[in-house]
Design a binder for this molecule. Structure first.
Ligand code: GLV
Ligand code: MN
Ligand code: MN
Length: 413
């Protein structure tokens, strides 16, 4: 029986994707009015589907289908509805709306499931304007500290205030922390965000592990001065120093490690950013990712030591701040097997692959067994307006997750 409604899934994805900043598609940054609008739309869909809806202290949106044995730990299907600036139409919302489609299918076909199923839109999975990502799933895992709640955006507002704006209660954030064992299984459907499924001509990918992510904020203070009158050998230029640090990251991450590592500077702010002023200050964010924790640490150590050498050579001050770390995870054999079977019952084009992108699953792995299924994205592109997934692949992905929920709930006591 075909439980997943392919057309409905596709139209909900298009409807939510269309809630975007109009002159900057497809953008729904966390903690903005557009983000709240998208979540209002989502909650309406959840209510109309007969789910219990809650916004918790971490401003996570939860839609609950109560199981026939409500005392069992729940099955959570989640992802996020925020986007990167100029982001895509599928990153995040595919997972949330596949979850919604799964509970709709179960409900309208009167298929009883023992476990309560929670469809969750986790708050701010992408790096927010406050420097932190996976905010909502951190609140669940207990990794959202007081210090993080006091991180500020460029206007000086705190992350705590932003969570209130999104409907959460930052002062009571501990109330939404989950006990280990309170969640039986966490599942997430996502576009791959890379080229591997396409290259291998696969429809579905079972994720074997997810990279860890280390982020630092580096602030370089030089001496702002007149660009015309300050001789080249009398400058303390923060921008040239920060540029050399950025190149050092590239060269360190290019080294040989037990597993591949990537290092990126994606945020780079120059002050005062005027054509006739020798730059006085630069702030930039460094991100290091690998499936190997040891490799992340090795790159971080070598990079930070180079930063201090460069700062001293160029006579600028440098401060390094550890913004966040999310641990790399390995998916258990049991959950991989569950997903391989549920995917293979639908298509024979299934592969296994690691994820170079971070996900709410990283935080959820601290609480529960987690599993992820990937679908292909066009040209392997993501985090850009061209990001695209096919209707048929979304359908297959949702179907695979539904099969996994049914098989898991049947086998678990
Ligand atoms: C999320 O998209 C991430 O990998 O940063
Ligand atoms: Mn993303
Ligand atoms: Mn995502």
């Amino acid at each position: 029986m075909d439980l997943i409604n392919e057309t409905r899934l596709w139209s909900t994805i298009n409807d939510l994707a269309a809630i975007t900043i109009e002159d900057q598609p497809w953008t729904r940054r966390s903690f903005t009015a557009k983000y709240n609008e998208g979540r209002e739309w989502l909650m309406k869909q959840m209510r109309e589907s007969g789910l219990e809806v809650e916004v918790d202290e971490g401003s996570n949106v939860i839609g609950r289908l109560i199981g026939t044995e409500p005392n069992l730990p729940s099955i959570v299907i989640g992802s996020h509805t925020d986007t990167v600036p100029n982001g895509g139409r599928f990153d995040g919302i595919a997972g949330v709306l596949a979850g919604l489609e799964i509970v709709r299918a179960l409900k309208e076909n009167n298929i009883p499931v023992k476990h309560t199923i929670e469809v969750v839109d986790f708050t701010a999975e992408e790096p927010s304007e406050y420097g932190l990502s996976t905010v909502g799933s951190r609140a669940w895992s207990g990794n959202l500290t007081e210090e993080m709640l006091s991180y500020t955006n460029s206007e000086g507002q705190s992350l705590g205030d932003a969570i209130s704006y999104a409907g959460g209660k930052p002062n009571d954030i501990k109330n939404c922390e989950k006990d280990k064992g309170s969640i039986a299984l966490y599942l997430e459907l996502h576009i791959e965000q890379g080229p591997v499924l396409l290259r291998k001509n696969a429809n579905l990918g079972v994720v074997t592990g997810i990279v860890g992510i280390q982020r630092y904020k580096i602030s370089v203070d030089g001496l702002p001065n007149h660009s015309g009158t300050t001789p080249m050998d009398m400058r303390n230029d923060a921008l040239t120093a920060a540029s050399e640090m950025t190149l050092a990251l590239e060269s360190v991450a290019n080294g040989k490690f037990d597993q591949p590592v990537v290092g990126t500077v994606g945020v780079f702010n120059n002050f005062p950013n005027a054509s006739n002023v020798v730059p006085g200050r630069v702030e930039f964010i460094v991100e290091i990712r690998s499936i190997s924790e040891e490799a992340i640490d090795a790159v971080a150590d070598e990079f930070l030591s180079k930063v201090y050498v460069i700062a001293s050579k160029r006579d600028v001050k440098v401060e390094t701040e550890n913004v966040s770390r999310s641990g790399a995870i390995v998916i258990s054999d049991k959950i991989k097997q569950l997903l391989i079977e549920s995917c293979s019952s639908i298509t024979d084009k299934v592969i296994q692959l690691p994820s170079g992108a971070g996900h709410d699953a990283n935080q959820m792995s601290l609480l529960a067994p987690v599993g992820m299924v990937f679908i292909p994205c066009k040209d392997g592109r993501s985090h850009c307006p061209e990001e695209w997934a096919e209707k048929e692949d979304l359908y297959l992905g949702a179907k695979a997750l539904l099969n996994a929920v049914l098989a898991f709930s049947k086998q678990e006591q």
